[in-house]
Write a protein that binds this ligand. Sequence first.
Ligand code: APR
Length: 400
Amino acid sequence: MLAQYHSVQADTVATDIVIIGAGPAGLALANLLRGTGVRCVVLERQSRHYVENRARAGLLEYRAVEALRRHGLADRLLELGAPHGVCEFRIDGKRFTLPYSDLYEGRTHYVYPQQELVKDLIAAFVDSGGDIRFEAKDVAPHDIAGPNPSVTWTDADGEQHRLGCEFIAGCDGFRGVSRSSIPAGGIREFSHQPGIAWLGVLAEVPPSTEHVIYSLHPKGFAGHMLRSPTISRFFLQCPADDSAAAWPDERVWAELHERFAVPGSDWALTEGRIIEKGVVDMRGHVTEPMAYGRLYLLGDAAHVITPVGAKGMNLALHDAEVLAGALVQHYQGDDSGLAGYSETCLRRVWRCQEFSQWMTTAIHGTGDTFGDRTARIRLENLFSSATSAAWFAENYVGLM
Ligand code: APR
């Protein structure tokens, strides 16, 4: 059992790990530490209701599902999630399907909305006595470089707390406090902006397709992603400085119809009520190393990736697995896992960034005619070269 936080002093170790942020990274880490003897407390700025209903990503890689299954965290996912092994590209009105699962030893994705996974991870943690503090305001890490770090916050009743710990796991997303608490020069940051944006649309409508569609059109890319039997996700390429206000619902549907059109086929897009609309940041960003002193960064706090290859949530889960293993090792007297945490995670992060950049260029072009031609031929190679298709399948479904 953990001590009373109110009386805890900064220099007292009251828990082993403070996890800042209850997104996929923080919740996966908390769950993977359950039953290992390593104690943790999760601090989340938002309410439980908010995080359980925040619609984000929806495609889990085979490897991530296997890891969740091994830890008894995939029951609902396997019951309600749908395995997917085919995607479709539409190029100038022609359809090309790619059975990527068949090309990669039968491994599939699982379509499962992120908020459902978040619900599962919260339930598993809380039901087994785990400690999550929702609505924790002004969370601030302290003394991250020294041997006695701590975290302060204010709870929903306005009461202030300080919790001493041995390590802090910064799982608080791209704009959280963890990364920004690292002093200047403590980490290096690398960013890439592809110069385009996506308008992301969530609609209350059954999918008009059985698999993900990436459609290339002279007016720009359009994507039809899957979420559930009643909710679909769409993306429309738009200028980098565009805003959702410029996209009334009628314009969204008109553009989707036009960009997905397959002349001569009976394929049709079903319209529904749009429940969310926003311009999606297409930046790539990587922090090196993913640790400073006793603070470890995970998920979006350490790296963001375009949604193009659906890697963000999967990378967050991978970071959590690596750090959980390293922390357990640490308490067994072996610090090699912690020492190698950043390097292990960054290798996968950069491979995913490379794939995402490849795919971004392939489906949007580069903005100049020469670059557009080479991008197009690279995409067409997937349907004429077994080697290219196998490379795509491995990277798309996710490295093991
Ligand atoms: N204090 C406490 N909690 C915070 C703070 C803060 N200052 N800032 C942010 N948070 C919380 C957010 O409310 C959120 O619940 O941290 C959590 C971060 O969760 P995510 O943004 O989902 O990040 P992460 O867990 O790294 O998940 C990876 O990749 O592609 C994306 O959609 C995918 O969100 C997923 C992400």
